[in-house]
Design a protein around this ligand. Structure first.
Ligand SMILES: Cc1ncc(COP(=O)(O)O)c(C=O)c1O
Length: 409
């Protein structure tokens, strides 16, 4: 009896688990696989999307954690409301000039994108995106059936006229945009274009999701109001008639690991986000929200200044190295803030192929094609992050890339 093979078990182990259609559409990125090696310390990696860890306010977080546990006791470790920790919502609402009820705390703006997809999209809806755009937004919205359509962009970001023409042709459900220090290009939309974009959106009754994780990280140039701020001013401060939903995060200014971010939206959207979030995770971690609330008054402004200064220096080092080496036929953006710079190689040069040689030579970057909604675009582009690499290594890394590019021309 005991010699008999456990037929049931054998059959089960060979039968694949049946996955959903949505899961079947998700694919592992080959680039991600190549980039795994970039975690090796000998590699100069411009590929990362992570903030610089040496700037994290470790001691301040330690002190805030103690203070919060002392003040709230077990309540700091208890379930809490789906909308978010009231003092944190109040602070965010005050800062944005909207009531606290219009603030929803989310576990990273990445969750904000997921929940917004859930409450705003029906399968097949057209979502207009910058071309290129943040890959994580495509990943978050695609499972809800979003079909992406590219808004024409140029060196100054989204073209309002291009958007106007697009909206005249197609029934676009919403625009997802990163107007300030965009990921992946580092571009920022001018004040004029912001106003023009809102004019177009109003004319077509277009809903906009404005994602602003880098907005506080300006290290040069003049500050720009967000689309949300401009739209709120146009609406006389009445958020209920504003058609821009704003996503913000503490990930790039304080720390990403606490996963604390927020959505500003009209009440009807917030109500649905609350229901969607209950299904997703009930609420964002209570303790994390309390810690962040403890840090926003004094530590956050100091931290923003610190991060801006360091990133500004590293960006300047990368721009100087590029200017010095000036690989022929290569163009790059000159960010005024944020974490990324975008490089366009001469037509015909393939950034994915270049990555393989670059990694062999000890340098990594992200090939740009993965940031485009449609396959086959941007083969000659790449994203470089300057924030986690010391300045001397930035110079060395840019030198290696410039040599490789020059050899291929
Ligand atoms: C444009 C953009 N949106 C959202 C996110 C996600 O940030 P969070 O840590 O708040 O989830 C990122 C992270 O890199 C990003 O670049």
């Amino acid at each position: 009896m005991h010699d008999r093979p456990a037929t049931g078990q054998a059959a089960m182990s060979t039968r694949p688990v049946r996955l959903s259609r949505i899961a079947e559409q998700m694919t592992a990125s080959t680039i991600r696989e190549i980039l795994k090696v970039t975690q090796r310390p000998d590699i100069i990696s411009f590929a990362g999307g992570l903030p610089a860890p040496e700037l994290f306010p470790l001691e301040e977080v330690r002190a805030a954690t103690g203070a919060v546990l002392d003040r709230y006791g077990p309540a700091a470790l208890q379930y809490s409301t789906t909308e978010g920790h009231p003092p944190l919502r109040a602070w965010l609402g005050d800062r944005a000039g909207v009531p606290a009820q219009n603030v929803q705390i989310v576990s990273g703006s990445q969750q904000g994108l997921d929940l917004l997809g859930r409450v705003l999209l029906d399968p097949g809806d057209l979502v207009a995106v910058e071309n290129p755009t943040y890959l994580g937004a495509l990943q978050a919205l695609r499972p809800y059936g979003a079909r992406f359509v590219a808004v024409p962009t140029d060196d100054d970001g989204i073209s309002p006229d291009g958007l106007d023409a697009l909206l005249a042709e197609q029934p676009v459900r919403l625009l997802y945009a990163i107007p300030t220090f965009q990921n992946p290009t580092g571009r920022t939309l001018s004040r004029e274009r912001r106003e023009a974009l809102l004019d177009v959106a109003e004319r077509h009754d277009l809903l906009i999701i404005e994602d602003g994780p880098y907005s506080d990280l300006r290290f040069r140039g003049q500050a720009q109001p967000s689309l949300f701020e401009l739209a709120l001013a146009r609406a006389g401060g009445d958020i209920e008639s504003v058609r821009v939903i704003s996503l913000g995060t503490f990930s790039k200014t304080l720390v990403p690991g606490l996963r604390d971010a927020w959505v500003l939206a009209p009440g009807a959207v917030i109500d649905k986000l609350v229901q969607a979030k209950q299904g997703a995770d009930l609420h964002s971690p209570t303790l994390n929200q309390m810690i962040i609330a403890e840090l926003v008054e004094e530590v956050l402004p100091r931290q923003i200044a610190r991060v801006r200064e360091a990133y500004g220096q590293r960006c300047a080092a990368m721009l100087a190295a590029l200017a010095e080496r000036s690989p022929a036929g290569v163009h790059w953006t000159r960010p005024e803030g944020g974490m990324f710079l975008w490089l366009t190689l001469p037509e015909g040069l393939d950034a994915e192929k270049l990555l393989i040689s670059a990694v062999e030579a000890g340098v990594a970057f992200v090939p740009g094609a993965s940031f485009f909604a449609a396959p086959g675009e941007g083969a000659n582009t790449m994203r470089l992050s300057y924030v986690t690499v010391p300045e001397d290594r930035i110079r060395a890394g840019v030198g290696v890339l410039a040599d490789l590019i020059d050899q291929r021309r």
